[in-house]
Ligand binder design. Structure first.
Ligand SMILES: [Zn+2]
Length: 477
């Protein structure tokens, strides 16, 4: 993990710790850990033991790497830069449950994308006209005036009348605005639209020629690529490359693909680009209809895609787009094995996720990966004990690394054990001696059996009672 600062609650120690101390951190932390602390000169492992047990008199490194045999890794390799494309302000807003935020809120989200280190943003579909058109122009002006290090693009159908507003906005603002021109590429779309391939190529040629004439950077998008015939894909992409397309976007518009299918498709498109000796990038855009958006994006990156698309919290049509925060953290942890890196400052994930939830009105599931309320909360006694001793026992992400200010949390309830209770009490400034713990824990269990969650005030009450300082009035929390 790149960040080590703990959150403000939960397992955060009362005072800053010395760097080399083990992770066990509260009064409940444990036998054994104390040995390493007490010595002051605990040995560090000379090399990664990789799954071999580590003697308790040795201090594991910060991420506990010596204690983990990583089946994901098949050896470190040189990494290439993978760019991200944030679709929250266009595709994300097509989610049936979100409200279109006012422009000030979109600007806030845009700035948070920049803080996170996102390199590309889709700022809308100006062909829709009206307020969307105005918002695209305002967002592009903000990018220009504030010199934000992010490249803007906007969506358009592959028809001149949709691309003309993009050209006008680029002209008026005087800042590059790429067009992501999309066309359905699968036989299903052809059937539904009554298109022949010749008709599609003719329409695309006109649109591409117009964009080139207007000096708009061209991004060519084949919708439903994952269900399209290879010959159709080749015909469309070859045409786009004829007109100097900077990027080709393969889409899993309906969430149909599996990782192996994505791998084959991305390699196929890379092959088309290589055959033409084109410099066009290959981008991947996937949806979540079968819940495979994240793993498909990882497969695309591993297969050589240059850019990955997604949205904050995965908002988007139907079951949504690929949740960008989940892709980012997967790459943050496993990028070396995948041969890619993003240079994203992952601490910006929580702030932008909160803002997207707030401004779009979408609810976030408590068990959502990375940013859900329960993502770093531990309820069962076994887990609490493990986390108190060494956080990585049950957490593969550091909450601080994703900007989660609450940090890891022990949630006290009927499943909690002595270690969790003692750790929480210590967090509240009440370090329990062994003889106090017995009485307090007994009372805690009586209350916990009748409660869903035992809150901090009740814990304080229980501890005071155990010390004979007060009667315990605590009942069901
Ligand atoms: Zn989409």
């Amino acid at each position: 993990m790149k960040t080590t600062k703990k959150g403000a609650r939960g397992l955060k120690p009362a005072a800053p710790k010395a760097k080399s101390k083990p992770k066990a951190k509260s009064a409940g932390a444990a036998k054994g850990a104390g040995k390493a602390k007490a010595g002051g000169a605990a040995k560090r492992p000379a090399a990664r033991a990789k799954s071999a047990a580590l003697p308790r008199d040795m201090v594991p490194s910060k991420d506990g790497a010596e204690l983990i045999h990583d089946w994901n890794a098949d050896g470190a390799r040189p990494t290439r830069r993978l760019e991200l494309v944030d679709e929250t302000l266009r595709d994300g807003l097509q989610c049936p449950s979100v409200t279109d935020p006012p422009i000030e809120k979109k600007i806030e989200i845009l700035r948070l994308m920049v803080a996170l280190g996102i390199q590309n943003v889709d700022i809308g579909l100006p062909g829709a006209g009206g307020v969307v058109n105005q918002h695209v122009e305002t967002l592009l002006r903000v990018i220009k005036d504030e010199k934000l290090p992010i490249r803007a693009n906007c969506a358009a159908r592959t028809v001149v009348r949709d691309i003309a507003p993009v050209a006008e906005i680029q002209q008026r603002v005087g800042h590059p605005l790429a067009v992501s021109m999309f066309i359905g590429s699968s036989a299903i779309r052809q059937y539904a639209e009554n298109w022949t391939l010749d008709k599609m190529l003719q329409s695309a040629s006109e649109a591409l020629a117009f964009a080139r004439k207007e000096w708009i950077p061209i991004i060519f998008v084949t919708e439903d690529t994952t269900r399209a015939h290879p010959k159709t894909i080749a015909a469309l992409y070859n045409l786009a490359m004829d007109f100097g397309a900077k990027s080709l976007i393969a889409c899993d518009t309906c969430g149909h693909a599996t990782p192996s299918g994505v791998t084959r498709l991305v390699k196929y498109v890379k092959g088309l680009v290589a055959k033409r000796r084109s410099a066009a990038r290959v981008e991947w855009h996937g949806h979540m209809d079968r819940g495979l958006g994240v793993i498909n994006s990882i497969a695309a990156a591993a297969a050589g895609a240059d850019r990955i698309h997604g949205t904050g919290l995965g908002i988007g049509e139907r079951a949504g787009n690929t949740p960008l925060e989940e892709v980012v953290m997967a790459i943050h942890v496993h990028g070396e094995a995948m041969g890619v890196h993003t240079h994203v400052d992952t601490r910006g994930i929580h702030p932008i996720s909160r803002k997207v939830a707030e401004r779009s009105g979408i609810g976030v599931a408590a068990n959502k990966a990375v940013v859900g309320r329960n993502a770093f909360r531990h309820a069962s006694g076994i887990h609490q004990d493990g986390v108190v001793k060494f956080r990585e026992t049950y957490e593969v992400l550091d909450p601080a690394a994703v900007g989660n200010e609450r940090g890891s949390e022990i949630v006290l309830g009927k499943l909690s054990g002595r270690a969790g209770f003692r750790a929480r009490a210590a967090e509240l400034g009440m370090v329990l001696a062994d003889h106090e713990l017995d009485a307090a824990f007994e009372r805690f269990q009586e209350i916990a059996d009748r409660s869903r969650e035992v809150g901090d005030d009740v814990v304080r009450d229980i501890v005071r009672f155990a010390r004979g300082e007060a009667e315990c009035h605590a009942s069901v929390a």
